[in-house]
Write a protein that binds this ligand. Structure first.
Ligand code: 5RP
Length: 231
């Protein structure tokens, strides 16, 4: 199976958790895109759901698919959020934000009764950190903020290479108008500690460590979809 087929299979498995009347969070990225297509097909066949998109890209896809959209202002508590991930470990910690939508993704997932991650099996790691950790920062004072990110790494006994994300030669901007610093670390032994330290840095809007948010991972493999459920 290709990675894309595994992503599709995981997205199909997530669909079984969707019930009529639910308020859903829709993630961002190539795996979440499979799920949005599948939800769209169900909606066109009569399923009644209302969804909160986590990015403009997802909003456009959902609109094209005919999915009714709502907002967290109208529905501050969602039943379920389904999203992809860049990495997950066996404690259900995640790295997200490869697509730059981490802020809305974290707000939506943490406002949902359950967050289901859908992924192909390349995303499973023993220790987070192989994927560069996206840190969303205010463009003002990026260098000063970067210095504080390095200091947080040092406190955790880590070192990292910080790269300001670009797109087509220009500084990347999130839907919220922020910049992203991608931090290549390698191994993050204590992601919860790093998360806490990053979260209190002035200028850091949020970061891609999702700790204690995800409860179920559906992982596409050659042998079918494997379910990991937090006990
Ligand atoms: C976007 C994300 C994505 O969920 C993550 O990058 C995984 O993407 P893909 O499903 O394309 O591998 O966090 O901000």
């Amino acid at each position: 199976m290709t990675a894309d087929q595994k992503k599709h299979a995981a997205a199909e498995a997530a669909l079984t958790y969707v019930k009529p009347g639910m308020k859903l969070g829709l993630g961002t990225g190539s795996t979440a895109a499979h799920f949005i297509d599948l939800v769209g097909a169900r909606v066109r066949a009569g399923l009644d759901v209302a969804c909160v998109p986590t990015s403009e890209t997802t909003r456009h896809q959902a609109e094209r698919a005919g999915i009714p959209l709502t907002t967290l202002d109208q529905h501050p508590f969602l039943d379920l959020a389904v999203d992809g991930a860049d990495e997950f470990d066996d404690k259900f910690n995640l790295i997200k934000g490869g697509g730059g939508a981490l802020l809305a993704e974290k707000i939506v997932a943490s406002s949902s009764r359950y967050m289901i991650v859908i992924a192909d099996d390349s995303k499973k790691v023993d220790t987070l950190g192989r994927f560069p950790l996206p840190v969303e920062v205010v463009p003002f004072g990026v260098k000063a903020t970067a210095w504080k990110i390095e200091r947080a790494l040092k406190i955790c006994g880590l070192t990292g290479k910080l790269v300001l994300r670009t797109k087509a030669g220009q500084p990347f901007r999130t839907d919220g108008g922020h910049a992203i610093v991608d931090v290549s670390i390698g191994r993050i032994a204590d992601p919860a500690r790093l998360s806490d330290l990053l979260s209190v840095i002035p200028g850091v809007v949020d970061h891609g460590l999702f700790i204690g948010i995800c409860g179920i991972v559906l992982m596409g493999t050659d042998a079918g979809v494997k379910t990991f459920r937090k006990s």
